[in-house]
Design a protein around this ligand. Structure first.
Ligand code: NAD
Length: 298
């Protein structure tokens, strides 16, 4: 089993690294957060003090970081992956970031002789823990083939989306659908309840009718309808409102650059900005339901 350097051991990266270790890989992890390091260590990941130490002897480097600036820094900054990874090492960035950063890091890696894949994921923390993520992958086809065995450990599906950056394009579009669907569900369930229709009844009907969608069935914002939904845990994330806002901004930036009109995406971005500004950025994105009902944060 090949050695893996794993950079970024947070809510998503931690369980992804743990699953690779459980499958028998030697995983060396780096994260500046002590809590993240401790949790990963308890799950079989060897902790390291620097990126250089984490990538030493690695066949593959995987990163799972908050946003574009951190990814540029971790790969191209001083002491970063591109200075220290062994020759022939395959680099896989699973963070959700802007297409420009993804393509810039890809070019920098290529100039140093490395193959790099942008491979953002869908499936959330539960999917990361269960090894049930979906990977959307941009980069060379042969590099994708090399990475498939690792995607199979961490996920249930990996789809090659085309050249460098296309994984991030797919992710921005997918999450724009998710953000907009959550708003539609929140409005519909509020309207139903205020018109005297029990939310449980609307759920029973719509989940078997044309209004059914993934967010309604899995992340329902109304407490008591879907047992595993964040709405039953006081909207503890899950997938934070702040992350959803970030993803919607990425989609709007891309839309602007491509001169594509996305009015629903634009409205969704404004509403999630309001949720974050109301102090609920750390809550699950499904808490938008509470904001739309006119409820203030506690
Ligand atoms: P997180 O904040 O829990 O984890 C990010 C980790 O990166 C943190 O532990 C942080 O300490 C670490 N980090 C920051 N700068 C670093 C650096 N320079 N070197 C090494 N480590 C560094 O975030 P997360 O929820 O794990 O999300 C990570 C990425 O996955 C984001 O891009 C997010 O959009 C994406 N994502 C998240 C979810 C979700 O449900 N949480 C779902 C799909 C995709």
């Amino acid at each position: 089993m090949g050695a893996i350097g794993f950079i970024g051991l947070g809510n998503m990266g931690g369980p992804m690294a743990a699953n690779l270790a459980k499958a028998g890989h030697q995983v060396a992890g780096f994260d500046p957060s002590e809590a993240a390091q401790q949790q990963a260590e308890a799950n079989g990941v060897r902790r390291t003090q620097t990126i250089a130490e984490a990538v030493q002897g690695a066949q593959t480097v995987i990163s799972m970081l908050p946003a574009g600036p951190q990814v540029r820094e971790v790969y191209s900054g001083p002491g970063g992956v591109l200075e220290h990874a062994p020759a022939q090492c395959l680099l896989i960035d699973c963070s959700t970031i802007d297409v420009d950063s993804a393509r810039a890091v890809h070019t920098a890696a290529q100039e140093r002789g490395y193959a790099l894949l942008d491979a953002p994921v869908s499936g959330g923390v539960a999917g990361a823990q269960a090894g049930q993520l979906t990977f959307m992958v941009g980069g060379a086809e042969d590099a994708f083939e090399c990475a498939k065995a690792l995607f199979d450990i961490m996920g249930k599906a990996a789809i090659h989306a085309g050249p460098a950056g296309n994984g991030q394009v797919a992710k921005a579009c997918n999450n724009m659908i998710l953000g907009i669907s959550m708003l539609a569900i929140s409005e519909a369930f509020t309207l139903a309840e205020r018109q005297g229709l029990d939310p449980q009844k609307l759920f029973e009907i719509s989940s078997q009718a044309s209004g059914s969608c993934w967010a309604m069935l899995n992340h329902n914002p109304v407490p008591g309808l879907v047992e595993t939904a964040a709405s039953n845990r006081d909207y503890a994330p899950g997938f934070s409102a702040e992350m959803m806002w970030k993803d919607l901004k990425l989609a709007q930036d891309a839309a602007m650059r491509a001169s594509v009109s996305t009015p629903m995406g634009s409205n969704a971005q404004a509403l999630y900005a309001a949720l974050v500004n109301a102090g609920w950025g750390g809550k699950d994105y499904s808490a938008i339901y509470r904001l739309l009902r006119g409820e203030a944060p506690e």
